[in-house]
Design a protein around this ligand. Structure first.
Ligand code: S3P
Length: 263
């Protein structure tokens, strides 16, 4: 019994060490973030993730409970990312733009960098309706789909610090833009029609261009939407010929600048 008491005390001491180390780690994360911002350094540094992963793997090689420790580290790192995200932007990031502008890709990248949840509007609506976007258009009509978009955006008012990836037509309704801006910053991703065509040519879940996959049609629809896109956007990021990292770095810096200018 005495030994059990001693072991428990030992465990308690260990927990205290872990707890203090975690608190210290979080402070260091904040300091790094502040240092990067103060010195105009690149905010996203995915190579650091890789370095840490390699270090962890090497350090745990042949150790008992390696998998368990790895799991704990995964959640420690995710929490640090969330701390960074909350420090940088205390609101939802709403991505808008034409089909194929990169909304889904950039949402995923942001989610990896900052452990933010992503709401992929098309996917949520499709799951709820139990059919593909093309089928929703065919069975219920476009208006039904557009109403589902508006309702989903209203629901998003309860969320903070998530990435919302809109459908290409979402900002066409002014009431949708009002919802987006309530607790979010609207980021417009753009790309040339040629780039868009290249990105969408092999997919078949975009009923509006399914039978019109050519530069002329894309250009024309883009022009029709341009004014509404521009009016909705808080910041605009061109995506042609840029890597995901470059786009996201630009996005984060533009948001920081937007927030500083609109304080
Ligand atoms: C649409 C874009 C699609 C999807 C639907 C309608 C549009 O989303 O919502 O096919 O009107 O531009 P993506 O922009 O994600 O392809």
């Amino acid at each position: 019994m005495d030994q059990l008491k001693m072991l428990r005390e030992h465990l308690g001491q260990n927990d205290e060490i872990i707890l203090n180390a975690l608190l210290m780690r979080n402070s260091i994360v904040e300091e790094i973030m502040a240092y990067k911002e103060a010195n105009g350094l690149q905010i996203l540094q995915p190579e650091q993730d890789e370095k840490r992963e390699n270090w962890l793997k090497a350090s745990l090689e042949g150790k008992r409970h390696g998998k368990e420790v790895q799991n704990v580290f995964k959640s420690i790192v995710e929490n640090s990312k969330r701390i960074q995200a909350r420090h940088l932007f205390n609101y939802n990031i709403v991505l808008i733009g034409f089909m194929g502008a990169g909304k889904t890709t950039i949402s995923d990248y942001l989610s990896t960098c900052f452990a933010m949840d992503v709401v992929e509007m098309d996917q949520v609506i499709s799951e709820r309706e139990g059919m593909s976007i093309s089928d929703i258009f065919e069975v219920y009509g476009e208006e039904h789909f557009r109403n589902a978009e508006t309702n989903l955006l209203k629901e998003m008012q309860t969320k903070h610090n998530v990435v919302i990836s809109c459908g290409g037509g979402t900002p066409m309704r002014e009431c949708n833009v009002v919802e987006m801006k309530k607790n979010g910053r609207v980021v417009l991703l753009t790309a040339k029609p040629e780039t868009i065509l290249e990105r969408v040519k092999d997919s078949h879940d975009r009923p509006l261009i399914e039978n019109n996959k050519n530069v002329e049609f894309i250009e024309e629809l883009m022009l029709k939407r341009r004014e509404k896109y521009m009016a909705a956007a808080d910041i605009i990021i061109e995506t042609d010929n840029k890597t995901e990292l470059e786009i996201c770095e630009e996005l984060v810096n533009s948001l920081l600048k937007f927030d500083a200018d609109n304080k």
